[in-house]
Design a protein around this ligand. Sequence first.
Ligand code: NAP
Length: 487
Amino acid sequence: MTNKLETTALGGVPTGLYIGGSWRAAESERLLPVEDPSTGNVLVEIADASPADGMAALDAAVEAQESWGVTPPRERGEILRRAFETIMERIDELALVLTLEMGKPLGESRGEIAYAAEFVRWYGEEAVRINGRYTVSPNGSGRILTMKEPVGPCLFITPWNFPLAMGTRKIGPAIAAGCTMVVKPAKQTPLSMLLFAAILEECGLPPGVCNVVTTSNSGAVMEPLIRDGRARKLSFTGSTPVGRKLAEQAAGGLLRTSMELGGNAPFVVFADADLDAAVEGAMIAKMRNMGESCVAANRFLVETPVAAEFAGRLAERMAALVVGRGTEEGVDVGPIIDSPSREFIHGLVQDARSRGASVLTGGDVPEGPGWFYPPTVLCEIHPEARIVDEEVFGPVAPVLTFDGLDEAVAMANDTPFGLGAYVYTRDLARALSATERLEVGMVGLNRGLVSNPAAPFGGVKQSGLGREGGPEGLEEYLTTKYVAIEV
Ligand code: NAP
């Protein structure tokens, strides 16, 4: 049940499509219900875009591109600065909406809003530092001038797990670079993105620069936009199968793409590690966002001499977490996003159990409303259990054992994914050797958190292409023009 505060926060959320600087109903007038995963109740109904609405959003982005691309960098940066300040002033309202649509506890939602705002601030600061270069050609007869230009209109598709931050990680650098965009948030969690669009409007973003379409029919709405030929870039965050399908669609028009896809992060603990720090880091790497994070520790690989102690201590900490509705005081773990996701997670646990895994804590679906799942620790995992290969995306920690660096690296790399990894050891040489040999885009060294707006986030192998965050994240929205000068 929503209380007065929740009703007020939801009342402030726009329910239309944001196209060309105005809010409008879907052409078909269809509505998309948004549910609270902790109750299953409908929170609010919003516009459900059709393909025609999607095309109208692309038209608006294309029309706005020319003037936005030459808007002074300081002006673009100032809009982002004001947006950062507005987000932080309204952090409690945004966090409440985020918790209602996604389920995570309010403290975590505040964390995500601050993280999302930091992309807006970072790229607002970078807008005025987009530079080319001027060099003398090696034989001295000419000059080489390079200039950076905006890529052009972009298409953004974002997931439900970090509904705002996965959006601002794209929107911030695109605005800074002078690109216009169409943003399609996930159908489960569109509300915080709609609020953010309203904030951008309030902060002076010109009409057509950022367009937001919400829909229950992503494929039908986005495919024509990807194939249209006028958008110049597709940036997607979500699962690897959907990323692969979108990359195929983008290939026809040779659209530039960024793909932030799934992971299967190993969390490697060597016998010499500081176990207190490793357990602390494990709790963050596993339980941030209830495990619904692409860089969540998916497999705990622990050196045999310390494996039992590590698993026991992790299970103790996991069992002490309070599961409940994210809006309630003292709750550490909210619900899973929806019923199919919870079934998938429980299926992985049951499969591991059927192959002999023991459950140190959790493992049973609770009764009652909402899609809750208990923090779970499994050990004695069969190497062919599905949980070793598949992305759990939930609060379940399987603990496996290894002996020595070579085996740790071999087990860690035995996956088609390559997003993040974590390594705990006190030995510098071992830490560096493991880091160099891991086939991933990011490593947390004696640290359970890698996400940082100033750092390049992204993967290798089937975890994706491109980087988001830091200076690398801005380059994704720029093209280089080279001018050969005769002297
Ligand atoms: P998903 O099912 O791939 O959906 C992601 C987005 O794609 C949603 O907006 C979804 O819209 C849309 N979509 C689905 N099918 C589409 C299609 N045929 N055409 C156009 N759009 C389509 O992933 P998810 O379940 O939301 O997110 C979880 C996955 O995201 C995990 O694998 C996780 O690892 C990954 N992820 C990666 C990163 C990273 O930075 N590498 C960050 C966060 C999450 P609808 O909601 O309408 O279906």
